[in-house]
Design a protein around this ligand. Structure first.
Ligand SMILES: NC(=O)c1ccc[n+]([C@@H]2O[C@H](COP(=O)([O-])OP(=O)(O)OC[C@H]3O[C@@H](n4cnc5c(N)ncnc54)[C@H](O)[C@@H]3O)[C@@H](O)[C@H]2O)c1
Length: 414
């Protein structure tokens, strides 16, 4: 079986889906997204079907070269100066587009930037809804209460689960690069900690273990702590974990290290965030209780009042974005699901609430992916995988039938 690794950044699955949908959707879109060199093809392909009225770039991940090339190809872009500005400006910018253009509009975003603004957007009949990519954004929409616009979230889809299994490695890859380049150190043998043992925390722990770093886990949810223990990891209460660890990776998506925990952080420990935005560590408290020095673009040093210190990588934003986060055919899958979610909002009247992306979309993306990247499956047109989920139901019925037939025969032969 051939596993198709190429040197190109082509999004082959997405290209095929775009071709299938045709070019005239009659809808425009706004993308609030990470603009990395790997995002350019996605933005251009979406633009073929849903002309992009505006790209709002997430400030901590924006690649200026890519932004300029998008602008040069006629796509309007906006780069906020901070995450706070992105939250302030996103809603009004979308509203401005709705007021100046009657074309139906869909927003695809990554972080709940419009969660507090949906009431105002619902006043425009040609606003067709929002597609959300991330868990952080999903939580934000949930927390904001009810919404009068459809929000399709792919944050908890099985396709996203696949991506989450590779995020941990990308987080530790970038951490390792900074360790080598800035600290002249390697990860082997470093006593590490993972805070938050959800999807990202689990894959981060696996990646650390793969680099022979002994890992201790803490999660606010006691069942997650126990799961970590039964998966062979050491667990410890938060303050003990902070006092014992040389590398601390925050994967909670919330704020895991606050003012009261600062005294417990081990001298010279390195803190890394795997979570969205810059919320994993209470940076305001760090500023208040410590003296900060910028050692380099990527390393900040905080000195505590007792003279001990700790380091923070990448300004507390997700470290893996320094190396373009997730790449290749995994990214192709994610972009394809986002595209089909945008299509869904353009084709169907969806309920006015937050809902998960539907199974049919996962199935379409996964089947197209197998066809393109796993030639063994492409050469087996009758395999049951192509008829899933119907094939699951019929296979069960068939097994059931065989079993009852066997039971009947053995009873009668006695
Ligand atoms: N770096 C990346 O490329 C990348 C990719 C995908 C997701 N993310 C982000 O990673 C974060 C985590 O996502 P996830 O899918 O793993 O979520 P998840 O819900 O699966 O896991 C989060 C875990 O953190 C725990 N937790 C919450 N608050 C805590 C606290 N204060 N202390 C200790 N534990 C706490 C929860 O109990 C849960 O087990 C989110 O911000 C998400 O957006 C980052």
């Amino acid at each position: 079986m051939q596993y198709n690794i190429t040197r190109s950044s082509d999004l082959k699955v997405l290209e095929r889906l775009v071709k299938k949908k045709g070019t005239d959707s009659g809808h425009n879109c706004v993308l609030i997204t990470h603009v990395l060199s790997t995002s350019a093809s996605y933005i251009r392909l979406v633009n073929e079907v849903f002309p992009v009225a505006l790209v709002i770039a997430i400030p901590y991940s924006a690649d200026l070269k890519t932004l300029h090339s998008l602008q040069a190809s006629g796509i309007r872009t906006f780069l906020p100066s901070s995450i706070e500005e992105a939250f302030l400006q996103a809603g009004p910018l979308v509203k401005e587009i709705l007021e100046s253009d009657p074309t139906p509009l869909i927003v695809q975003e990554v972080g709940g930037y419009l969660a507090g603004y949906t009431d105002r957007l619902s006043c425009y009949a040609h606003f067709k809804g929002i597609v959300e990519d991330t868990n952080n954004g999903h939580w934000r929409y949930k927390q904001a209460g009810s919404h009068k616009v459809p929000i399709v979230s792919m944050a908890q889809s099985p396709i996203k689960d696949i991506e989450d299994t590779v995020i941990g490695d990308s987080v530790i890859y970038s951490t390792e690069r900074i360790f080598r380049e800035e600290f002249n150190a390697v990860l082997q043998g470093v006593r590490s900690a993972v805070i938050g043992y959800g999807k990202i925390g689990t894959s981060t722990s696996i990646a650390l273990r793969g680099r022979e770093s002994p890992v201790t886990v803490y999660d606010i949810d006691p069942t997650k702590c126990i799961r970590a223990r039964f998966e062979g990891l050491r667990i410890a209460p938060l303050k003990q974990l902070l006092a014992e660890s040389e590398l601390i990776v925050g994967c909670t998506g919330k704020t895991s290290v606050r003012a009261e925990e600062i005294p417990y952080i081990q001298d010279n420990a390195v803190l890394v965030s795997a979570s969205a935005k810059n919320e994993e560590f209470d940076l305001t408290a760090f500023e208040k209780h410590c003296y900060r020095e910028e050692i380099s673009q990527e390393v900040w040093k905080y000195t505590k009042t007792d003279g001990s210190s700790f380091y923070l990588l990448n300004r507390g934003t997700p470290v893996n974005f320094r190396d373009r986060s997730v790449l290749g055919n995994v990214l192709d899958m994610i972009y394809s699901e986002l595209f089909l979610c945008i299509c869904l909002l353009s084709e169907k009247k969806m309920p006015l609430c937050i809902q998960h992306s539907p199974t049919e979309i996962h199935s379409e993306v996964a089947k197209t992916w197998l066809e393109i990247y796993e030639s063994g499956f492409a050469d087996a047109p009758n395999d049951k995988v192509w008829h899933y989920p119907d094939s699951l139901a019929s296979a069960l019925t068939h097994t059931f039938f065989l079993q009852t037939e066997h039971q009947y025969e053995s009873k009668n032969s006695r």
